[in-house]
Design a protein around this ligand. Sequence first.
Ligand code: NAP
Length: 450
Amino acid sequence: MLRVAVVGSGPSGVYAAQELVAQDLVPGVQVHVLDRLPCPYGLVRYGVAPDHEKIKSLQNTLRAVLEHERISFVGNVEVGRHGLAPDTLLRLYHAVVYCVGAARDRRLGIPGEDLPGSHSATDFVAWYSAHPDASGDAFALSARSAVVIGVGNVAVDVARILARGADELRPTDVPEDALGALALSRVRDVHMIGRRGPSQAKFTTKELRELGALPSADVLVSPADLALDPAYASREVAAALPGPARRNLDVVRGWADGTADHGRDRRIHARFFLRPVELLADGGRVGAVRFERTAPDGTGGVRGTGEYEDIEAQLVLRAVGYRGVPLDGLPFDARPGTVPHTAGRVLRDGEPSPGEYVAGWIKRGPTGVIGTNRPCAKETVASLLADADALAARTVADDPLAELRSSGHRPVLWSGWESIMAAESALGLALGRRSVKIPDWAGLLAAAHG
Ligand code: NAP
């Protein structure tokens, strides 16, 4: 018998659980997939944009894993400062795999960043994804002009949601309050701004192309911005780019000739070579963002030129990447925001800590698409299975769930999650929509515990 806790039920956690039971390498393995939330799937439920139905449908694959006879979902159990300590978990399980992701946003570190009206894109995503920790009504959708800082896939997601009409989102599982707020949104101009050029942007081509296919928004790019990119100016330089960067550049090039301007009601302005230096206040709230024009430095980076441009914005979303947060009782390397490890084995003072493993963003940093988590989890589980004999010899509790309950936890098991799904379907039916997410803790727990 080998009892393993996987902490986190996002893609990396579920893939780790799947690997643990795959091929019956350890016939007696039992896996508990713990989550702080009463709902599984991590960023697939609370990060993938609601209009990305195909990626959302990955939940069906993850669901099949969590329904495996040797795997149990154990939600509503927090690990860390306000919950179970890692050393407690090691008394309950032979091994623990931390798949806790990268929960926070990176900061810009510039004046005005915390002005009202300026938010991390992570908070905006949490709001329209009905995350129960999201604060409801803080977003200034009365804004005419919004600035999204960053040109990664999160920036593309939030720019697209701002540019879509509420009618386009009604068929999705967006919570009712967010849908109502988006229906009243007055945002007409969304400026998505990169500090480097289009050939260095982090978004993927499929996501970028989607912006150009929105029914109620045009995508506009400034030829003056593009001209600064050596790969835009020279076909030879472009030909030497990696495929994804070349394809991104082709998409942007297609928008630059003016044919993408159909005079639609909303506009997404894709801007480049502008570095944010300050958020400017207007009446106690953000009113504009000051950018310094940059230019390529010849090594893939940029340098400031001393020229500045202010872009009006009553709403600013900072989409400059996620960062991992330390989990009390686990080692943490603050610079990359990850847990130190070797092939997934957690290192304490440079030595593998028996029974402790990591996978996903907390192991390798917040990069890659969902599928990247599969080989990452596989490597970690290979390490764990290689250690299986020593792990099975550790003395642990007979019944971890009973221990959790006796120490005051109220776990939400799979049946509780099924009750949440049923309540969300009923809510959707009552609203004349498909399944609609419950956006608050009280509602989720009431549904889960009946
Ligand atoms: P990201 O891909 O790392 O992009 C961050 C962006 O912020 C980059 O454009 C970066 O520019 C910029 N940035 C960073 N610091 C900045 C600063 N101080 N000032 C101005 N700009 C700054 O991060 P992300 O968009 O949060 O995405 C995280 C991961 O999730 C990625 O792997 C992404 O592909 C994935 N994701 C995928 C999807 C999807 O597949 N549909 C959706 C959402 C997220 P530099 O390049 O110059 O640093």
